[in-house]
Design a protein around this ligand. Structure first.
Ligand code: FMN
Length: 161
């Protein structure tokens, strides 16, 4: 069965809510899903997944230090994440507060691992991944679900290739 891992950091719950919606979408697409707070995620979670979706709040225009630390730690599994499918989501306080640069920073790490990245073509989404400004509204939650679903479906095709 295709495995999708959702790892997120969240202080006030907005990114956490998005993570649950991403997980719901991946499950609805038929994947087995594990959702972990970044503090609880291990490198084995990354290597054991076919699809990996990372979410962090936008802090000073980029991802939070907690998520950056997790990505930096993944250097220890360099070479083992190749061809896994990845996507990103973020919550920011302001619509122009750096949510897109946060998504690109999250994606950058995945590209360096040789992963295959899923974007977001939905009008309610955020082009480079799912974006919420503050608490995610119904449209954002749908974008998160669709993103999770597409990661699961694509991982079934290319994951571990
Ligand atoms: C330390 C800190 C820095 C932040 N920097 C930004 C920022 O640069 N741009 C922005 O739009 N929001 C910024 N915010 C607001 C958060 O991105 C926003 O409240 C987000 O929804 C929090 O997500 P969470 O509920 O998952 O913790 C910042 C919040 C904190 C605590």
């Amino acid at each position: 069965m295709t495995k999708v891992l959702v790892v997120y950091h969240s202080r006030s719950g907005n990114t956490a809510r998005m993570a649950q919606a991403v997980a719901e979408g991946a499950k609805s697409g038929g994947a087995e899903v594990v959702v972990k707070k970044v503090e609880e995620a291990a490198l084995e979670d990354l290597t054991g997944a076919d699809g990996i979706v990372l979410g962090a709040p936008t802090y000073f225009g980029t991802l939070s230090a907690e998520m950056k630390g997790f990505i930096d730690g993944s250097v220890r599994v360099r070479g083992k994440l190749e061809n896994k499918v990845g996507a990103a989501f973020t919550s920011s306080g302001s619509p122009t507060g750096g949510n897109e640069t946060t998504l690109l920073s999250l994606i950058q790490g995945m590209l360096i691992h040789g992963m295959v990245i899923v974007g977001d073509p939905l009008e309610t989404g955020g082009h480079y991944g799912a974006v919420a400004v503050g608490a995610p509204d119904a449209g954002v939650l749908i974008a998160c679900q669709k993103l999770g679903e597409r990661v699961g479906k694509l991982a079934k095709v290319v994951g571990g290739a």
